[in-house]
Design a protein around this ligand. Structure first.
Ligand SMILES: Cc1cc2nc3c(=O)[nH]c(=O)nc-3n(C[C@H](O)[C@H](O)[C@H](O)COP(=O)(O)OP(=O)(O)OC[C@H]3O[C@@H](n4cnc5c(N)ncnc54)[C@H](O)[C@@H]3O)c2cc1C
Length: 403
C-alpha cells in the first residue's frame, strides 16, 4: 500500500468520493469503474504506478479531502453563489446550438468558438458513449460538429478527469464543479494560469442505475441495446429521450430528473459546498423563470442560460464571445439567479448542519474553507437543528445497513 492508495481508501471509506478520476491520473494502477450502486469509483487494477508527488497532489486537490472557495481580488462575493466579475442571462446565437444545448447552449457555443478561433487547441468535455449510449464518457472536442455531439447535460456518472487531454497544453476543460476544483488545486491554483476552466451548476451525480430504471419504466429493459439517449436539450428544459431499434421513448424533466434521476445523487454531492462552480473561470446554469413563491417553472421554451465570469480571464473570454456574436446576453443579478436556484441555495445555507450531523454519525465529510458556512447556517438556528438531527438519523441508518 502506498501513501496515495491509503488516502484514496480513506476517501472511499468516508463515502466522500465524487468520482472525478483525479486519483486515477495520479496512479496508473487505479481505474475508474462503476460500482454495484452505479457510481464511478477508483478501483485497484494493477501495481501502483504513480506520478511524482502523487500523494501531495491528491491531498491538496481531491474533492473528497478538501475544497477551498476562490475569491479573486476585485470580484464581488455573493454569500450563496460565490465570487463573480459579471453575471448575465445568455444563449447561443446559432439556433442549432441553442436548441441542442441543455439550457441556452452557451457552453456548446463557447466550445465551438474557442477551438475555431484558436483560443483553445481542444476542449475536454463529456458526452454519451456512441457505442453504448446508456453510458457517458469523457470526450475531446476540436470541431463544431463534435461540440454539437457533446451538447446537453449527462445526468449520470462520468469521470471527466480520466481524459488524458485534460492535462495537455492548450486544452480548455468543461467539467463538473468538483472536477474543476480538483484541477484548479492540482495546478498552481493561481488565477490566469493553467487551462481555461468552464463549469456548470451541479445538483449532483445520479446513479447509473437510475438511467437504466428510467429506461425500463419507459419500456426499454436492461437487455435492449440503446441506439441514442439524451437527458436534456432540443427544447428547454427538453425531454429525456431514447431510441432502441424502432422504439422511441421520452419523459419530461419532472419525471426524469425530478422523480427518477435526482433522488439518486451520491452522498458526496449531498454535502457539496460548491454546486456552483466557484473554481471555474466561467460557469453556466439554467436561468429558470420563477413563480410567485420563487420556485422554478419548467415550462418548455427557447433555452436561456445564466452565465457567470468567476475570474478576470473568464470575463475577458465572455466579453470577446459577446463582441464576436457567439452568444447574446442580457443583464442578470446574482440575487435573481439565487432566487431561481432553490436547491443550490438551500444546500449551502444548511450545509454546516449536514456536515455536523454526518460527523456525529461517524462519517467524516471533506474539509471546506472559505464558503462562509458557519455564518449562513447559524443564522437560522431552529432549521439548523432540524437538518442536523435529520442528517444524523439518515447517516446512522445508512451506516447500519452497510454493516
Ligand atoms: C449532473 C448535473 C447536474 C446539474 N445540476 C444543475 C443545477 O442544479 N442547476 C443548474 O442550473 N444547472 C444544473 N446543471 C447544468 C445544466 O443542466 C446545464 O448544463 C447548464 O444550464 C448549461 O447549459 P448549456 O446549454 O450552456 O450547456 P450545453 O451547451 O448543453 O453544454 C453542456 C456541456 O457540459 C458537459 N457535460 C455534460 N454533462 C456532464 C457531466 N455529467 N460531467 C461533466 N461534463 C458534462 C459537456 O461537455 C457539454 O458539452 C447540471 C448538469 C449536470 C450534468
Amino acid at each position: 500500500m502506498t501513501e496515495l492508495r491509503d488516502r484514496v481508501q480513506d476517501v472511499l471509506a468516508r463515502d466522500a468520493c465524487s468520482g472525478c478520476g483525479l486519483c486515477a491520473r495520479l496512479d496508473g494502477g487505479l481505474q475508474m469503474r462503476l460500482n454495484a450502486e452505479g457510481y464511478i469509483r477508483p478501483t485497484e487494477t494493477g501495481a501502483p504506478a504513480e506520478v511524482p508527488d502523487a500523494a501531495a497532489v491528491f491531498t491538496r486537490s481531491c474533492p473528497g479531502v478538501r475544497i477551498t472557495a476562490q475569491d479573486p481580488a476585485g470580484s464581488h462575493r455573493h454569500p450563496l453563489l460565490g465570487s463573480s466579475f459579471g453575471t448575465w442571462e445568455a444563449w447561443a446565437t446559432d439556433p442549432e446550438v441553442r436548441l441542442a444545448g441543455s439550457s441556452g447552449g452557451v457552453l456548446t457555443a463557447l466550445h465551438a468558438w474557442l477551438v475555431a478561433s484558436g483560443r483553445a487547441a481542444r476542449i475536454a468535455g463529456a458526452a454519451g458513449d456512441p457505442r453504448a449510449p446508456r453510458r457517458s464518457i469523457p470526450v475531446t472536442i476540436t470541431t463544431r460538429e463534435q461540440a454539437l455531439a457533446a451538447a446537453g447535460s449527462r445526468y449520470a456518472p462520468v469521470a471527466a478527469l480520466t481524459n488524458t487531454d485534460v492535462f495537455a497544453e492548450g486544452t480548455a476543460v468543461t467539467a463538473k464543479p468538483c472536477e474543476i476544483s480538483a484541477l484548479r488545486a492540482a495546478g498552481t491554483g493561481r488565477e490566469g494560469e493553467g487551462p481555461l476552466l468552464l463549469s456548470f451548476f451541479c445538483a449532483g451525480t445520479p446513479s447509473q442505475r437510475a438511467t437504466d430504471a428510467l429506461l425500463e419504466g419507459l419500456g426499454i429493459g436492461p437487455e435492449r441495446e440503446v441506439d441514442a439517449l439524451r437527458y436534456r436539450g432540443h427544447g428547454w428544459p427538453g425531454r429525456f429521450a431514447a431510441r432502441a431499434g424502432d422504439t422511441d421513448v421520452s419523459a419530461d424533466y419532472e419525471e426524469s430528473w425530478g422523480s427518477t434521476l435526482g433522488p439518486t445523487t451520491q452522498w458526496r454531492c449531498k454535502v457539496c459546498p460548491d454546486g456552483v462552480g466557484e473554481s471555474a473561470d466561467i460557469v453556466a446554469a439554467d436561468s429558470w423563470a420563477t413563480d410567485e413563491r420563487g420556485y422554478p417553472q419548467f415550462a418548455e421554451g427557447a433555452g436561456v442560460s445564466a452565465l457567470i465570469a468567476r475570474t478576470r480571464r473568464g470575463l475577458e473570454v465572455i466579453e470577446a464571445a459577446i463582441a464576436e456574436g457567439v452568444i447574446a446576453v442580457r443583464p442578470l443579478s446574482m440575487d435573481g439567479l439565487a432566487n431561481a436556484q432553490p436547491l443550490q441555495t438551500a444546500r449551502r445555507r444548511y450545509l454546516l448542519a449536514r456536515l455536523w450531523g454526518s460527523s456525529l454519525a461517524g462519517r467524516t465529510p471533506p474539509r471546506y474553507q472559505g464558503f462562509g458556512l458557519a455564518r449562513l447556517g447559524l443564522a437560522h438556528p431552529r432549521r439548523f437543528a432540524q437538518v442536523l438531527r435529520g442528517t444524523l438519523r439518515r447517516v446512522r441508518a445508512a451506516r447500519g445497513r452497510r454493516q
